[in-house]
Design a binder for this molecule. Structure first.
Ligand SMILES: C[S@@+](CC[C@H](N)C(=O)[O-])C[C@H]1O[C@@H](n2cnc3c(N)ncnc32)[C@H](O)[C@@H]1O
Length: 415
């Protein structure tokens, strides 16, 4: 492969620098920044960065020594205001692709050490255990010893997690370790390993837990030990997460999103006193909404709903929260069922809420709040709502996934 110099023109959606080859074709160069001249080897539209001939003044020193190797982060080398504007711009571009134009508010920023949930992989080598993330677009695991993005209690636990997972690993398997930092300690879930069948194995695991600030350990779906309840909180309201259950990745960003949503909903008039929380999970938003409204929480995951039921039992002073178990893709709430609400919030998975949004578009609910981790599916759903007579009044990005290319957002629609 020939070596060549290229001028980087922009930063693509995947966080790579984008240049034009001498033949006029786009070339994606990981770790290169707009304005830089870089020496690369080009292979099939991808440029391998050899060295930086002329660096950008927006280039900064990454906060982590694993950056460039570990696939967990993409954008540690970009100065903060430019990074923040780039995230906003990704949102504007997704909307523009659907013919929509809206003012995007400044990015609600996070900070290092804020990620409370990590899904790590672990494998055994001849002498030790590797724990970490995969290299980008690769099955090669990077053994991490620091991670400035993660909550420090998770990083401190890495040596003890290596010891804990070791007896569960064969030479071949790659275990998945989900770690959640909770008020009671770490909630650790180990999957992709053989079930723990022998009592002696269980005793050994419990012994190894002594080295961990642990709340609960679950292996292959079986709870091995619960030293403390893995409490989490939504706007100060207590809940217990089921092992490996969905939670917003950062507590700080979750709290900022809740505060923003409360501000939006309390600005409107509550004629009916009722709110809907669609795709409620275990109630991240249902419980805080119940400070203002009677809430109907709709979700298809039984485990999440039983955690919500439990959390309702723990909380005091809230308006009633009702629960409906329903698959909103197969059977969305119909426009008829959507009457009599002041506000509906929807927080679907990455694929969005196409079927449900088609019904919401026909409804007369005066305010809709959309939460999304995918600007592309959000823009598609926003188009449906706007075509149904809604106005996208505000749109705020949140930096839930620091240094990644992901953008979380809260959009407010009114009719
Ligand atoms: C992004 S999570 C949001 C959960 C919750 N709002 C929170 O912030 O913790 C999406 C939720 O949608 C649920 N879900 C996914 N597909 C669904 C469907 N077809 N019908 C109902 N719920 C669904 C998932 O189980 C998950 O709890």
């Amino acid at each position: 492969m020939a070596e060549t110099n290229l001028k980087i023109e922009s930063l693509g959606a995947g966080g790579d620098g984008v240049a034009t080859s001498h033949e006029g074709m786009p070339v994606f160069v990981p770790l290169a920044l707009p304005g830089e001249t870089v020496a690369v080897e080009i292979d099939d539209g991808r440029g391998k960065l050899l060295w930086i001939v002329e660096p950008s003044s927006d280039r900064i020193k990454p906060v982590c020594s694993h950056f460039t190797q570990c696939g967990g982060c993409t954008l540690q080398h970009l100065r903060a205001p430019v990074y923040e504007d780039w995230k906003r711009e990704q949102l504007a571009l997704s909307l523009a692709a659907r013919g929509l134009e809206t003012k995007v508010s400044p990015l609600e920023v996070g900070a290092i050490g804020m990620r409370r949930r990590a899904v790590l992989s672990a494998t055994r080598t001849k002498k030790s255990v590797m724990i970490g993330y995969f290299k980008r677009s690769s099955h090669e695991l990077v053994d991490i010893h620091q991670c400035p993005v993660l909550s420090p209690d998770i990083v401190e636990a890495l040596p003890a997690l290596r010891k804990l997972v070791r007896p569960l690993l064969s030479r071949k398997n790659i275990a998945r370790i989900s770690v959640l930092s909770t008020q009671g300690g770490l909630d650790v879930v180990i999957d992709e390993v053989e079930p723990v069948e022998e009592a002696s194995q269980r005793v050994k695991l419990v012994e190894l837990c002594a080295g961990l600030s642990l709340a609960r350990l679950t292996v292959s779906g079986e709870m091995i030990i619960e030293k403390d309840r893995p409490y989490i909180s939504f706007d100060g309201l207590k809940a217990v997460s089921p092992p490996g259950g969905f939670l917003q990745a950062s507590q700080v960003i979750q709290d900022k999103m809740i505060a923003h949503i409360q501000e939006l909903v309390s600005a409107g008039k509550a004629h009916k006193g009722r709110a809907l929380d669609l795709y409620s999970g275990m109630g991240t938003f249902s419980l805080p909404l119940a400070r203002y409204f009677k809430v109907l929480a709709v979700e298809y995951d039984k485990t999440a709903l039983s955690a919500l039921r439990h959390a309702i039992g723990l909380s005091e002073g809230l308006k009633p929260v009702e629960i409906l178990e329903r698959d909103l893709t197969i059977m969305p709430l119909s426009a008829f069922e959507l009457r009599d609400y002041d506000v509906a919030l929807f927080d679907p998975p990455r694929s969005g809420a196409r079927a449900q949004v088609a019904e919401l578009a026909k409804s007369d609910i005066p305010r809709l709040i959309a939460i999304s981790c995918s600007p592309a599916s959000f823009a598609r759903d926003a188009r449906i709502l706007i075509d149904g007579g809604y106005e996208l009044r505000s749109l705020t990005p949140f930096d839930q996934f620091l240094y990644s290319t992901h953008v979380e957002l809260v959009g407010e629609f009114v009719k």
